[in-house]
Design a protein around this ligand. Structure first.
Ligand SMILES: [Zn+2]
Ligand SMILES: [Zn+2]
Length: 433
């Protein structure tokens, strides 16, 4: 048990502070622009769902469901779970509201959302128990065109954000028709080299041999590298789909690499699996991962419904952008700092005029800040206020003192050049360009 300290956030979660949150806003605004250009609509989903949605939709035999879910019983006795991922909720919402294929209501099954996900994992650098994802799903379209669109969307999002050294990696995980044969081939390969596998992989060898393929332990990695590839074992439909996905990526000029060891940890994935890797993240180098999951809808009790999508961690995107020195645009800052020279409380009119001017500038769409004053409502010293104007990064200082009041003027000072000029009170805005 952690030491309980109500002055601190629980273990594994963190506050996204203002020094970072403006970077998040930049990432999300950029993402939203890309979503619009690709025809995806934003949806806001609940952060908790019935536990059963995840046990059925993510799979009982996954680490997520077995060890990592935040599950609780509410006051009505229902078992609820904080979402460990967004796809199951997206599919649930689409089924519940008929979001697929009703184009007359603007519902084309192309959805995106962002928000917190929750997993009880061992906290480590860059990994949190509440983490944030951008999630994109294209529902109801079985065609490989949708797979290519989703991969292209994610790559375009990272391109616009300015990320460098990215690599698209693709694979196919087949379907329930062809996967059993592949599983057999894997089981027989891994069984023949069983003594070299790690404890975890021994445990999942029979149950989920695909997971052995993506084990990161060096001893398993060597054995997985020699494992048979899925290519040549796919059924006609999966093989044709995979060829079309690859051809589409080539047509759109996205270089890609095939990786037979790229499998998704979740049971509902079919056909395409992909990741976009960053050269700057060390071992945990995926900036997004996704694929097709044509069997998810049925596994949660719905009708057959195709789906393909991806999730990208916002914490991680920001981290890579910082590592690569990529610009987050301009940090929001006040354009104007309004300074009241009230001579230690001797000129309350200057203070009042500063308050009026600050509000007026704000309502005209100009970011303005003023001195917070002290406990007696007096303005702080002129020097202290000018210092604040500089440290918040304002471009202009608008100075109001007894002299300005008398002449109905404001002294407008450019803080970069040091130039200043008296300006009629009502004309200030036109001098701030
Ligand atoms: Zn197949
Ligand atoms: Zn292993």
């Amino acid at each position: 048990m952690d030491d309980m300290d109500s002055r601190k956030a629980p273990r594994g979660v963190r506050d996204i502070l203002p020094v970072e949150s403006w970077k998040w806003a930049y990432v999300l605004n950029t993402a939203a622009g890309v979503m619009t250009h690709f025809g995806y609509s934003e949806i806001h989903l609940p952060v908790f769902e019935h536990t059963e949605l995840f046990t059925r939709g993510v799979g009982d035999a996954t680490d997520i469901v077995e060890k990592e879910m935040y599950t609780f019983t509410d006051r009505g006795g229902r078992s609820l779970t904080l979402r460990p991922e967004a796809t199951a909720g997206m599919v649930r919402a689409s089924l519940e509201h008929g979001l697929c294929g009703d184009l007359s209501r603007g519902q084309n099954g192309k959805l995106w959302c962002w928000g917190p996900m929750f997993r009880y994992e061992r906290p480590q650098k860059g990994r949190y128990r509440q983490f944030f994802q951008i999630d994109v799903e294209c529902l109801g379209l079985p065609s490989p065109v949708a797979d290519v669109e989703v991969i292209a969307l994610s790559a375009e999002m990272f391109r616009r954000l300015g990320l460098k050294n990215l690599e698209v990696v693709v694979n196919s995980v087949g379907c329930p028709k062809c996967r059993p044969q592949y599983r057999e081939a894997l089981i027989s390969h891994f069984t023949s080299r069983k003594e070299g596998l790690c404890e975890t992989c021994l445990g999942r060898l029979e149950r989920n041999p695909l997971r052995v393929l993506d084990c990161k332990k060096p001893e398993c990695s060597a054995i997985a590298n020699d494992a048979p590839a899925v290519y040549g074992r796919l059924c006609e439909e999966c093989a044709g789909h995979f060829e079309e996905v690859k051809a589409g990526l080539t047509r759109l000029n996205f270089p890609y690499r095939l990786d037979k060891r790229l499998v998704r940890g979740l049971d509902y994935y079919t056909k395409t699996a992909y990741e976009i890797l960053s050269g700057d993240l060390g071992a945990q180098n995926a900036v997004c991962g996704g694929g097709r999951y044509d069997n998810l809808s049925e596994s949660i009790g719905g009708p057959p419904m195709a789906g393909v999508g991806f999730a990208a961690g916002i914490d991680r995107i920001v981290m890579v952008m910082e590592q690569q020195g990529v610009s987050f645009g301009e940090k929001p800052r006040p354009q104007v700092y309004v300074v009241a020279q009230d001579g230690a409380g001797s000129c309350p009119e200057a203070r009042n005029a500063a308050q009026v001017l600050t509000h007026r500038l704000r309502t005209k769409g100009i970011a303005a800040e003023q001195d917070g004053g002290d406990a007696s409502h007096a303005a702080r010293s002129f020097k202290a206020q000018m210092k604040s104007a500089g440290s918040v990064g304002a471009t202009w200082a608008c100075i109001i003192g007894p002299e300005e009041l008398e002449k109905k003027l404001i002294t407008v000072k450019n803080l970069q050049t040091g130039e200043q000029a008296p300006v009629p009170f009502e004309d200030v805005e036109s001098h701030l360009a």
